[in-house]
Each structure stands twice: as C-alpha cells, then as structure tokens.
Design a protein around this ligand. Structure first.
Ligand SMILES: NC(=O)c1ccc[n+]([C@@H]2O[C@H](COP(=O)([O-])OP(=O)(O)OC[C@H]3O[C@@H](n4cnc5c(N)ncnc54)[C@H](OP(=O)(O)O)[C@@H]3O)[C@@H](O)[C@H]2O)c1
Length: 200
C-alpha cells in the first residue's frame, strides 16, 4: 500500500510510520517535512500536498493542535486554533483527500481520551475531539467507492506519559503497541465510521 502519514515525525506518528514501513510505501508529511510539506490548518496547503502525493491507498493523520488553558482564559481566538488545526484540518484531509484515495482506500484520524473523559484546561481540546467523533460517524455514511473513515482515540500514550502525566491524574498510560492496534484496525480492517477507543 501507499500510505500517507500526516504528523509522521510526532510521538504517535513515528510509531505509525515504523509499523507500516514493513511492506508498504510510506509518505511522511508535516509542516517541517521537506518533501511533503503541509499545514493542515490551511486547506490550500492540503491541496498542494495531494497534488504531490498523487493517489494513495490510505491517509493517516496524527497531527493537529488545540489550545490548552483554563476556560476563563480561553479567548475566541484561542478556540479558533483547535477549530482550524485539529478539527477543520482533519475534516479537510477527508474532504480533499478522498479524491486522492484509491477505491476501497481509508482515512484514519486521531483524537484522544479528552473527548470522553476531559481533564482541567481542555474545554477547547475536548470539544474538538468530540466534534471529530461525530463527523467521522456521519461522513462515513456518505463516502463513495468503498472509502472508509475511522478515528483512533487513545489515552495518553506511553512515549508522552512523562510530559502529560500531571495533567491526567489517574489515567493509565497506553502502551505504544496497543495504541498502534487502533491504526492497524482502521487501515487493514473493514470497519468504517468507527471511533476506535483505546483507553486502558
Ligand atoms: N501524545 C498523546 O498521548 C496523545 C494521545 C491521544 C491523542 N493525541 C493526539 O494525537 C496527535 C499527535 O500527538 P503527538 O503526541 O504525536 O504530537 P507531537 O509529538 O507534537 O507530533 C505532532 C506531529 O504533527 C505534525 N503537525 C503538527 N501540527 C501540524 C499541522 N498544523 N499540519 C501538519 N502537521 C502538523 C508535527 O510535525 P511538524 O512540526 O513538522 O508539523 C508532528 O509530526 C495530537 O492531535 C494529539 O492531541 C496525543
């Protein structure tokens, strides 16, 4: 398969790339990528990316930002960071990317446990994750040519646990192999419109 991984240099993306490199062609995209440069917050940039990649079998996104801050310090502009990047960035990857998918191709988005179990300072990040879950379930009803779309929602992953542990009291770290199973299930399974939750 030819697989595009947006955010393929990140904590989660690196593991996705490492896994799918066995037996597949993997294209790694991100804002600092030389060959497949993209800022998902900008739909023009997404269009440019797909002109470069051509048709692919699978698109995986492990990228997207949202502002973390106490609710009374979150400005409207702060909310727009998550709306433009993590939410519309991933929506636009589906909107634009589906035209570059081969028949029976798949798109896998990434959210996280905040959608179901938010912690302090995540009014924006949790909101965006929840919106993506609803989007995936709805858009799956309309995609053609056998194209599937799913989202992987994991808890704090082991490789990022030291950084985030204090924000997630009592949340268990998710082993990287376990997290990976979500992406494998989405790309290689037959399911669509699924929110693949990996929380323990
Ligand atoms: N870490 C966790 O425990 C965890 C758990 C569940 C869900 N998540 C979610 O999973 C996603 C990835 O998390 P992570 O921890 O792997 O993050 P990370 O280590 O910061 O990596 C982010 C990756 O995305 C790329 N990226 C960031 N913004 C981008 C943009 N606007 N356009 C294109 N590429 C962009 C980065 O590359 P460039 O800098 O080159 O753009 C990098 O490759 C995030 O949405 C996060 O909320 C994380």
């Amino acid at each position: 398969m030819k697989i595009l991984v947006v955010g393929g240099t990140g904590t989660i993306g690196k593991r996705i790339v490492e896994h799918f490199l066995k037996g597949n062609e993997v294209l790694i995209a991100g804002r600092t990528s030389k060959k497949y440069k993209v800022d998902i917050a900008d739909s023009k940039s997404i269009k440019k990316l797909f002109k470069k990649t051509g048709k692919v079998d699978a698109i995986i996104c492990a990228a997207g930002e949202a502002k973390w801050a106490p609710f009374d310090q979150l400005s409207e502009k702060d909310f727009h960071i998550g709306l433009r990047s993590k939410l519309m960035g991933q929506v636009n990857l589906v909107r634009i990317g589906r035209k570059y998918l081969k028949r029976n191709g798949s798109i896998t988005l990434t959210t996280g446990v905040l959608a179901d179990d938010p912690v302090y300072q995540t009014a924006s990040a949790a909101m965006v994750n929840g919106a993506i879950h609803s989007f995936v379930q709805a858009v799956a009803l309309e995609l053609k040519k056998g194209i599937r779309v799913n989202v992987v929602s994991s808890g704090v992953v082991q490789d990022a646990y030291a950084k985030y542990e204090s924000y997630f009291p009592g949340h268990p770290p998710i082993a990287m192999d376990k997290m990976m199973m979500g992406y494998v299930r989405s790309v290689q399974g037959r399911g669509t419109g699924q929110v693949i939750r990996i929380y323990s």
